[in-house]
Design a binder for this molecule. Structure first.
Ligand code: ADP
Length: 449
């Protein structure tokens, strides 16, 4: 503003001087005419500059006009303001992009809906969960795209404090996918629809329920038998021999409960304990323990089934190697496989225990038998807790249904794999594969890693 006043005063002065110069004989009047002419000229120049600035303001990205008088200052200020707001705009643009990519990275789906429930924006996860194409389906009604009846009902009801759970786009009977959805109102009538894949949560909840039901069932069975015997002993007048045979049966039931509780504790210890260290245990130590355990178990079973098995131990070659891991865990996993082979193979059958090397330096402990074998449909499931191929043989074999689950857990904790091969009527082979970094030469040789 000051610039314009100064330029106007300067024009008046120039007009006055030039008027007086052109007509010196009428000094007073000439100066006045000069001032009048200068102010008219100033007015038109000012108007012309103003119009240029106005034209430029409507297209601020075009070349700035070389404005006259105070307009130049206004143009400078406007340019400065435009630069500042451009900087602010690009900073907010960057922040918005960061914000959107953070939402994109979310493991949960985020979908923004306008007041009419039309899609305004969604991240990739929401698109995957709901089968939406973000480019094609923008501005579509969500109710038209997600047609699950439970979701339609949920949209229609006014209350969205609870979530709704529907089958996901990829849901199939053999491949469940469950998606939880919840609407949250925000802003000016808009909605945020959050989606979460809860398949794993639902599965683990179902597993937990099954586990509790199985444990209760497994404990209730021997308890019922025990209670029956106690009642018989109390109510009937039995001979000492009869009493003894009842007590023996009771002992077997309590041993069954004892093994079940022991296996449950082992499983929970495995789940809660840190990853196994690298304590070296020579293979010969495992071999000696396995041989004496197998012999003792076979003799006990011979007392019940009336015969022994042929047990062959094929020793590791070369013998001076050790396993690196948690010794008691590895020992119990190996013993479990030997015990299973003896328990499930008919008297007189053959059980072979061996140690071989894989092509990558991995150690492979195998127990094979020529027992009844397992039908292919059961093989993938026998490592599940409490899964048994033939429940009617339970009493004969005296197992808890947790043995192979424990073995698998131990092997996986050591970075290895439990490999099962079986043929119905011909026999089975169970192998514990320990990776090369879990075996090591104990004396005078190269490292197994
Ligand atoms: P269990 O205590 O019942 O033996 P496991 O987890 O050790 O529980 O084994 C699960 C099931 O796998 C057994 O019930 C049995 O049906 C089958 N199984 C395990 N080992 C053998 C084997 N060597 N031969 C045949 N079937 C076996």
């Amino acid at each position: 503003m000051l610039g314009r006043i100064l330029s106007f005063l300067l024009a008046l002065m120039l007009g006055l001087v030039s008027g007086a110069f052109i007509a010196p004989e009428q000094s007073g009047i000439g100066g006045l005419w000069g001032m009048l002419a200068a102010s008219i000229l100033w007015f038109f120049l000012d108007l012309w500059s103003g119009l240029w600035v106005k034209r430029w303001l409507s297209r601020p990205h075009s070349q700035a006009p070389a404005a006259w008088g105070g307009w130049g200052e206004i143009v400078d200020r406007v340019q400065r303001l435009v630069r500042v707001s451009e900087r602010q705009l690009s900073a907010s643009q960057v922040r918005l992009e960061q914000f959107l990519s953070a939402i994109q990275a979310s493991p949960n789906g985020v979908l923004m809906l306008d007041a009419d429930m039309r899609i305004a924006w969604c991240n990739t996860m929401a698109a995957q969960h709901l089968g939406i194409d973000p480019a094609r389906d923008m501005a579509q009604l969500i109710g038209n795209l997600v047609r699950h009846p439970d979701f339609s009902r949920y949209l229609q009801q006014g209350e969205h404090a609870q979530r709704v759970v529907i089958d996901g786009r990829e849901h199939r009977p053999d491949h469940p996918q469950r998606i939880a959805l919840q609407l949250f109102a925000y802003g000016d009538g808009q909605y945020l629809l959050l989606s979460q894949d809860i398949t794993a949560v639902e599965q683990s909840e179902a597993m937990r329920r099954d586990f509790v039901a199985n444990v209760s069932h497994e404990i209730r069975t021997p308890l019922t038998v025990l209670a029956g015997f106690v009642e018989t002993l109390l109510s009937l007048d039995l001979t000492p021999d009869q009493q003894k045979s009842y007590l023996k049966l009771m002992e077997r039931q309590s041993q069954r409960m004892q093994s079940l509780v022991d296996d449950l504790l082992t499983l929970s210890r495995l789940e809660g304990s840190p990853m196994p260290g690298r304590e070296p245990t020579p293979l010969s130590v495992f071999w000696t323990a396995l041989k004496s355990e197998a012999q003792a178990l076979d003799e006990v079973m011979a007392g019940i089934w009336g015969g022994l098995h042929e047990v062959v131990f094929d020793p590791p070659e070369p013998p001076d190697w050790a396993c690196l891991g948690q010794r008691t865990e590895l020992q119990s996993a190996m013993s479990n496989l030997v015990a299973n082979a003896l328990r499930y193979t008919q008297v007189g059958g053959q059980v072979c225990v061996s140690w071989k090397w894989g092509s990558q330096g991995e150690g492979i402990f195998t127990v094979s038998d020529n027992g009844p074998g397992i039908a292919p449909e059961h093989v993938p499931r026998i490592t599940e807790r409490f899964y048994r191929v033939d429940r009617s043989r339970l009493r004969e074999t005296g197992g808890t249904g947790l043995g192979l689950a424990i073995v698998k857990h131990v092997v996986q904790r050591h970075g290895g794999e439990l490999i099962i091969a079986s043929e119905l009527g011909r026999g089975s082979s169970f192998s514990i594969m320990l990776p090369a970094h879990r075996v090591q030469r104990v004396s005078g040789g190269a490292d197994g890693e």
